[in-house]
Design a protein around this ligand. Structure first.
Ligand code: SF4
Ligand code: SF4
Length: 321
């Protein structure tokens, strides 16, 4: 799967967001002309799943046409959204979207009661139309609550939750877990996953974890029940509105100027994997040096969290855009 960031504009200001500093670098949405170039490349390059993401992709006026053309090309479309689109727009999107991945924030993130209601109206609409929905949650240091998330999943009979720990934005101006603190959230994560299992809700951890943050028994449990769980990350392939692309947004500096210059997605992934090869061995914990799992199963945590400044500036006060 590749991720297409068609706009970095957003109508929320989540403190943990790692795309928050991208709007100044990419003030323009992806144009229709640029999207056509990308779609032609996706057809040639063997892309079979594309995620539309942002920012908030439903703010892009051309979204419906983009997803329609993508789906018509035989490429499955995932939409990452905050679930605040107007009902008419949601209805127009449903026929073309294979999976709505909806960010489910705690109540305090929504600026008003009406915004919060719109989020729930959309979940009701998607349920009524039989659309496939995955809830999404980014746990942040000041936001580990998950009870409301389970209630929401149960209310709308949603059977899958994608979750992650907040990662550092390239400027580190968001709230995120510093590399040495990821262990502290695992108790909460395990409790969350266990409750999900009891409710027959599948979970998947989006990016990598440190395997020694949990006991061997807990790791074995997480591996057994998770849709996705890894200790070594692979390139996320995040395509910006101008067709440049990054390994992932937190590792934005690992970049290519134009994805369409690559003959296939495999080459792009190969290029990004090569670009971070040396980094995987840098700034690791001392214990990783003697760990038998190092670089066999576990890379010692998120590469972006192990970067020197500015991402090491993890105590910076979050700036709300
Ligand atoms: S590689 Fe490092 S972080 Fe991963 S399990 Fe081993 S010691 Fe822990
Ligand atoms: S460096 Fe790897 S683990 Fe960290 S955010 Fe990027 S893809 Fe995820």
């Amino acid at each position: 799967m590749i991720n297409i960031f068609i706009t970095y504009r957003c109508n929320l200001s989540c403190p943990y967001c790692f795309a928050r500093d991208l709007q100044k670098d990419f003030p323009q949405d992806m144009s229709g002309e640029t999207f056509r170039l990308l779609l032609n490349w996706m057809r040639r390059a063997g892309v079979n799943t594309a995620a539309f993401i942002g920012g908030e992709p439903t703010l892009h006026p051309g979204l419906v046409q983009m997803v329609q053309e993508t789906a018509a090309s035989g490429i499955a479309v995932t939409l990452f959204t905050n679930g605040l689109s107007p009902a008419e727009l949601t209805e127009q999107l449903i026929p073309h979207i294979d999976n709505f991945v909806i960010n489910c924030n705690s109540r305090s993130i929504y600026p008003s009661e009406s915004t919060f209601e719109r989020f729930h109206d959309n979940l009701r609409l998607l349920q009524a139309k039989g659309a496939r929905v995955t809830l999404s949650k980014n746990f942040a240091p000041d936001d580990l609550d998950h009870d409301y998330l389970l209630e929401t999943a149960q209310s709308y009979q949603i059977k899958a939750i994608r979750y992650d720990f907040s990662r550092p934005a390239s400027s580190a101006t968001n709230t995120f877990f510093p590399a040495e603190k990821t262990g502290t959230l695992m108790a909460s994560t395990l409790s969350f996953v266990r409750k999900c299992e009891e409710l027959d809700i599948k979970t998947g951890l989006d990016c990598c974890m440190k395997f020694c943050d949990v006991s061997p028994e807990e790791l074995s449990y997480l591996r057994k029940v998770s849709m996705k769980l890894t200790g070594i990350c692979h390139p996320s392939v995040d395509i910006h509105p101008d067709l440049s692309a990054s390994y992932c947004l937190p590792m934005r500096h690992i970049t290519v100027d134009d994805v369409t210059e690559f003959s296939g997605v495999d080459w792009l992934i190969y290029h990004f994997s090569n670009a971070v090869r040396e980094m995987r061995f840098k700034n690791t914990d001392q214990k990783c040096n003697t760990c038998p799992d190092f670089m066999r199963k576990c890379q010692g945590g998120c590469l972006a969290s192990r970067q020197p400044a500015p991402t090491s500036n993890c105590n910076s006060t979050p700036t709300i855009a």
